[in-house]
Design a protein around this ligand. Structure first.
Ligand code: G3H
Length: 416
């Protein structure tokens, strides 16, 4: 954290000047940020402190030299993504004109023309970081990683950011996310443990290959399956492996949040035995760490290699646990940390996340197989029954719903 009270009153204005590079043809947007490092664009709290985070890459504009100075002060790092490859620029225009909130309902050709005009305007004020500027700490990514120049990287966070940025790609891909099928512990309302899946959980596992196929598979691009090391996720993935022949990898980092001394207990038992802990967790679920176990914050940190690897990879299907699904989903959907631990992630539901230039598209496929889940709202200790459509045959794939994350605000740079 850097304290910059003097600039505080200008922050709103400055944030508007931090131009997402996707808005320019010569600078293609890189969309994602790692969870345990950058989560959001730089924010200033009431004390005037700015978190060292990086939401997107920003262009360097001479007219706003003070912004670049501010970025140097706060992030200690310039990030430039420069693109002069016409094919890449064209594919970016195609992507932007179909997905930018600026062009909703507009004629695609008109949108493309407008976007071209923007590029021309931005080019008038664009100032690249000169490689002779040896005193600056920067990473310069040319043509989406065809060439990368790094200079004066000095600390751990900077090097992680560079590693992250150099592993991003913009190839179309999706990530499929699911909790394991209902487990025997779920039926009893117990958390943690290493139980087998129930008979209904097995029905979901058998249906999963069909759900994945119906969600639309990429042509000629095999999926890799990632599970945790716990039985219920491997058992849920078994028919995907058998029927579709995809490779399966187990990650310890995908194991469920460790509930320490509360492992194997129901929420009611926890509330009875550790009432203060139960309340403390409700008060700040993201930061509360179970005695001998983990907090959501701990989980986010251990997921860093998963996020890094996900960004490097193309099509991955992840079968994991509720807390882990929440953290991965929150990363892609930019859900704030005070909300993410409370999200309801129903069992027997497959989500397909498709990162786009302006937010991540989510398609949900719900199997009509009832389940008892460990989800609970604040204050409750009751077991949760996931709802299903009444009277629908279980082999039918549930409704597909589609939603988009809130697009990042289109922050306007005053044009010359
Ligand atoms: O088994 C534990 C849950 O999956 C995590 O849920 O963090 O809402 O208690 P919770």
């Amino acid at each position: 954290m850097s304290t910059i009270p003097r600039e505080k009153r200008h922050v709103e204005q400055q944030q508007r000047l931090l131009l997402p590079i996707c808005s320019t043809g010569s600078r293609i947007k890189r969309t994602k940020s790692p969870s345990s490092m950058p989560q959001t664009r730089p924010k200033v709290d009431e004390n005037g402190s700015m978190t060292r985070s990086l939401k997107q890459t920003y262009s360097v504009i001479p007219a706003f030299d003070y912004v670049t100075k501010l970025l140097t002060l706060v992030l200690d790092l310039f990030v430039e993504s420069k693109c002069d490859d016409e094919d890449l620029i064209m594919s970016n225009i195609l992507e932007v004109k179909t997905s930018s909130p600026d062009y909703v309902g507009q004629d695609p050709e008109e949108a493309a023309r407008d976007f071209r005009d923007r590029i021309r305007n931005y080019e008038k004020v664009y100032q690249t970081i000169d490689e002779s500027e040896k005193h600056l700490t920067y990473v310069k990514i040319i043509n989406i990683g065809a060439r990368t120049v790094i200079n004066l990287i000095q600390d751990y966070l900077q090097s992680r950011l560079v590693y992250y940025l150099t592993n991003l790609h913009i190839k179309p891909r999706s990530i499929w996310l699911s909790r394991h099928g209902e487990s025997e512990y779920n039926l009893e309302g117990k958390i943690g443990g290493d139980a087998n899946i129930s008979e209904r959980g097995d029905r979901y596992a058998r249906l999963l290959p069909e759900l994945v196929k119906r969600s639309g598979l990429p042509k000629d691009a095999p999926l890799t399956i990632w599970t945790s090391t716990l039985r219920r996720t491997s058992q849920t993935a078994q028919y995907l492996v058998k029927e579709l022949g995809w490779e399966k990898l187990q990650w310890k980092a995908l194991d469920e949040l460790d509930s320490g001394v509360c492992d194997g207990m129901t929420y009611q038992e926890i509330a009875d035995k550790y009432p203060e802990d139960f309340q403390a967790r409700d008060d700040d679920k993201y930061n509360y760490r179970y005695r001998g176990g983990e907090s959501y914050r701990d989980v986010v940190i251990r997921l860093e290699p998963i996020i890094m690897e996900l960004e490097r990879s193309e099509n991955i299907i992840i079968i994991t646990h509720q807390a882990i699904v929440r953290c991965i989903y929150a990363y892609f959907m930019e859900i704030p940390q005070e909300k993410s631990p409370w999200m309801e992630v129903p069992l027997h539901t497959l989500m397909k996340l498709t990162p786009k230039a302006y937010g991540t598209q989510v398609d949900k496929y719900k199997a009509d197989i009832p389940a008892v889940s460990t989800w609970r709202p604040k204050g409750s200790t009751a077991k949760h029954h996931d709802s299903v459509s009444e009277g629908v045959p279980e082999v039918r794939v549930g409704d597909k719903t589609s939603q988009k994350s809130e697009p990042p605000p289109m922050t306007g740079l005053p044009l010359p």
